[in-house]
Design a protein around this ligand. Structure first.
Ligand code: ADP
Length: 520
């Protein structure tokens, strides 16, 4: 067989010789390395190799022929593929393996080796043909792919882990908050609730999750106001903030709830789910009610003896002879001032409780607005000689309203302007008519109010923390003022800059707004 390479065959038939030549050249033209081993000789020596085999391995024919092909593995003998090959050779089978081989210069290449036996007529193996391709590039790409895949899997594992952690973290927050939370599917099926919900409404997770909200606990959540919120308000007004719902639950009794709801608009798995947070404000409301009741009773109880005291002080004033001791005169005059102050405070407290209970009464009659402001300013001037009150502009209007209440507003705003500007002595009042509204603006150059506080100062009992130590007060004046103005269909607002001063403005409609007449 070795003669095949040397071309030393002598054939009687030229055609056969030419065919062999042709085959040999064809094998040399192949890009795959091809070898033939002789199985009949000891240690299965290579008896043929083509040019491509020499090229792939870097060995020359003289270094290949006669050797067992194991030299290609050099010292890298423990490859599992070698066992596969041995087994195939033993059984006389075909096999394909990817095996690490080494070129003459020691460099590694991956050999995709196809081994096929050649048997004689009796089926005895005579030769093996080995066809090899250098698949190092493919192997490298495969290896890179594998490394990338491993990296990717690792990253996915890490991401999944961190997602799971943040999910658990969020879930534990949801379970810890002291508000009842419900997640609803778009068809109002309860997807999940937190522990606080279960505790507050005395239900179990099993009888809640997966059920329609309206069917929970024999329809106890089929509440008219809640239906309205979910089906009418939420779709047009997402989110819904602080919606009050009252309901008498079978097991836990009457509850006043503050409901906040939000429909998820983000495209994706959670779209159109509805999140509901329920705060049970039954207790809070009842405490507030008790506080209001106390305020109302206390101020009424204080008012009666004070009216008597005021009457006696007036009698004392009348009966006081001109010749009376100066000290006594002074004491009586101070008592008069303080009784009046106390009277005003109690009057304000009574106003608050009247507003709270909706019992504020308006006695409307037309009055001269500018004259009313002049009078109010005069009485303030008498009590506060320290400040100058300047009135600009005029309305020249008869306003149809409750004069004593509107006077109370002007007096209150002027007193505040003076109280909160101890270092700047001028307060100005500007009167005008804008369209069909009376407008009055009172400006001071005092301590001012920060932007954050500006909307809070109209709440009852609210006082700005920085100023409450410096200036006396109860934080109800502006609340009463804004209610009075509201009841006349007008508006009261403030523009202010901390440290520079404030302007409190009111507008009052000259034409009776619908509904304002009956307000209060
Ligand atoms: P009170 O003056 O009794 O505290 P008000 O309801 O009249 O109550 O005012 C509420 C709060 O608004 C005050 O505590 C004060 O902090 C702030 N405020 C009101 N008027 C002025 C003003 N002209 N300048 C600065 N702060 C003011």
């Amino acid at each position: 067989m070795d003669n095949l390479n040397k071309g030393e065959f002598t054939f009687s038939n030229d055609t056969i010789k030419n065919d062999f030549e042709l085959l040999r050249e064809a094998l040399d033209a192949s890009l795959s390395g091809i070898i033939i081993t002789d199985n009949q000789q000891p240690d299965n020596p290579i008896i043929y190799c083509n040019k491509a085999f020499e090229k792939i391995t870097g060995y020359s024919r003289s270094q290949i022929i006669g050797h067992n092909c194991r030299f290609l593995q050099k010292d890298d003998r423990d490859q599992a593929e070698r066992a596969i090959m041995r087994e195939a050779i033993k059984k006389g089978d075909h096999c394909v393996v990817d095996i690490r081989n080494y070129r003459l210069d020691g460099t590694l290449f991956w050999n995709e080796l196809y081994l096929a036996p050649i048997k004689d007529d009796q089926g005895k193996i005579k030769y093996f043909i080995g066809v090899q391709n250098d698949v190092s590039r493919r192997k490298k790409a495969e290896e890179e792919l594998r490394v990338n895949q491993t990296k990717m899997e690792q990253r996915i594992r890490e991401r999944t882990q961190s997602l799971r952690e943040s999910e658990e973290y969020l879930a534990s927050i949801v379970q810890t908050v002291r508000e009842s939370l419900i997640v609803l599917a778009p068809d109002y099926t309860v997807l999940s609730v937190n522990n606080h919900f279960l505790r507050t409404f005395k239900v179990s997770r099993e009888e809640t999750e997966g059920k329609s909200l309206y069917q929970l606990g024999n329809g106890q959540w089929d509440i008219k106001e809640l239906r309205k919120l979910l089906e009418q308000i939420l779709p047009t007004n997402n989110p819904v903030v602080d919606f009050e719902v009252t309901h008498d639950f079978p097991h836990i009794g009457k509850k006043l709830m503050l409901v906040n709801a939000h429909r998820i608009e983000l495209e994706g798995n959670y779209k159109d789910r509805i999140l509901i947070a329920i705060e049970d404000i039954t207790e809070r409301k009842s405490i507030e009610q008790r506080k209001d009741d106390f305020l109302s009773i206390a101020s009424h109880e204080l008012k009666t003896p004070l009216t008597t005291i005021k009457g006696y002080v007036q009698i004392i004033n009348r009966l006081m002879p001109d010749s009376a001791d100066e000290k006594l005169k002074n004491a009586v005059s101070k008592t008069t001032v303080y009784v009046e102050r106390l009277n005003n405070l109690i009057g304000e407290l009574l106003d608050v409780s009247r507003i709270q209970s909706g019992n504020i009464e308006l006695h409307k009659e037309p009055f001269d607005f500018d004259h009313m402001v002049d009078e109010a300013a005069d009485s303030i001037r008498q009590a506060n000689s320290s400040h100058e009150i300047v009135i600009n502009g005029s309305t020249d209007c008869q306003f149809n309203g409750d004069e004593s209440h509107i006077t109370q507003v002007v007096t209150n705003l002027l007193s505040n302007a003076i109280k909160y500007s101890p270092d700047h002595k001028q307060v100005s009042v500007h009167l005008s008519v804008v369209s069909d509204f009376i407008k009055m603006a009172i400006t001071d150059h005092g301590v001012g109010i920060s932007r954050d506080e500006q909307h809070k100062i109209f709440e009852r009992f609210y006082r700005v923390r920085e100023t409450q130590q410096r200036f006396p007060g109860m934080g109800i004046g502006l609340y009463v003022c804004s209610e009075i103005i509201k009841n006349h269909g007008g508006t009261l607002w403030v523009e202010s800059e901390l440290g520079k001063g404030s302007t409190f403005s009111i507008t009052l409609p000259l034409q009776e707004a619908k509904g304002a007449e009956n307000a209060g």
